[in-house]
Write a protein that binds this ligand. Structure first.
Ligand SMILES: O=C(O)CCC(=O)C(=O)O
Ligand SMILES: [Fe+2]
Length: 259
């Protein structure tokens, strides 16, 4: 395979999702306009500068800025979170295994010049258990800058979603990089091995990584603590539902939720 499956924004959803199922990842170019990317970047900027290194570490990197609690910081991201293609991805891979799904985590990531490659990993390994054959998460990684091989375009191990539980990537595991223009999204599965690239350029590379998880799982990011309830109540209902304000049957109930 010479590159990850790649589609224009106008592609049929079924073709994108079939490629995603087969390869574990797919790129869709130009899903949102550049001015929306710029608006999101402007909203993220002060937060990245203020708190972006709070979660620095061996996995997240030391030259990578990260922010959580994105819904308390940005309104411009809202259309991305319920983008029809992203929801179609979650419908296809998650809905067969739950009554409803929700956000796992929403994370702004800016890889700065000089950052090295991130360890290859599966996002759903944040969970200690796994049911073979069931994706616990699906992921939309939105590029707000052009992603290039030099500035840290995400590395993906094609086909790794089908690997057995105990197969780990080799030290020199072949990867394909998600080179894509700003406004594109890399879609991948919770079991797909991937990792941020090294930034050997002179400019930062900004993205938003949104995971969606089975509704009966505990969410990766504790949305009830990340986003104050009074603020959550000002957000559109589909967003609140995805935050966890809609229980999964009896799981996640709170007074008034079931009425
Ligand atoms: O920033 C990227 O390209 C990927 C980051 C990532 O996969 C992660 O932190 O889980
Ligand atoms: Fe990841």
């Amino acid at each position: 395979m010479t590159g990850l499956p790649r589609f224009p924004a106008t592609a049929a959803q079924g073709s994108v999702l079939d490629a995603l199922a087969e390869t574990g990842a797919a790129i869709v170019e130009g899903l949102i306009p550049r001015d929306l990317c710029d608006a999101i970047k402007a909203e993220f900027r002060p937060h990245l500068d203020r708190e972006g290194l709070e979660s620095a570490g061996d996995f997240n990197g030391y030259r990578t800025l990260r922010i959580g609690a994105v819904l308390a910081k940005s309104r411009a991201v809202l259309p991305l979170l319920t983008h029809p293609l992203v929801l179609a991805m979650a419908d296809r891979f998650l809905l067969p295994h739950c009554l409803n799904y929700r956000f796992g985590s929403l994370t702004g990531i800016e890889i700065l010049p000089g950052e090295g490659r991130q360890r290859l990993h599966r996002d759903q390994n944040c969970y200690s258990h796994r049911v073979p054959g069931i994706e616990f998460e699906v992921v939309a990684l939105w590029a707000f800058d052009d992603f290039t091989a030099e500035n840290g375009a995400t590395h993906v191990v094609p086909g790794s979603q089908g690997w057995p539980l105990d197969r780990l990537p080799a030290a020199d595991e072949p990867t394909l990089q998600a080179v894509m223009p700003a406004g594109s999204a890399l879609l991948y599965l919770g079991t797909t091995y991937h990792g941020g690239g090294a930034n050997r350029s002179e400019r930062p590379r900004m993205a938003l990584v949104n995971t969606y998880s089975l509704g009966w799982l505990r969410q990766e990011e504790n949305m009830a603590l990340s986003v104050p309830r009074a603020l959550a109540e000002t957000l559109p209902k589909p967003i609140r539902d995805l935050m966890g304000y809609r229980p999964h049957g009896l799981v996640g109930w709170y007074p008034g939720a079931l009425g």
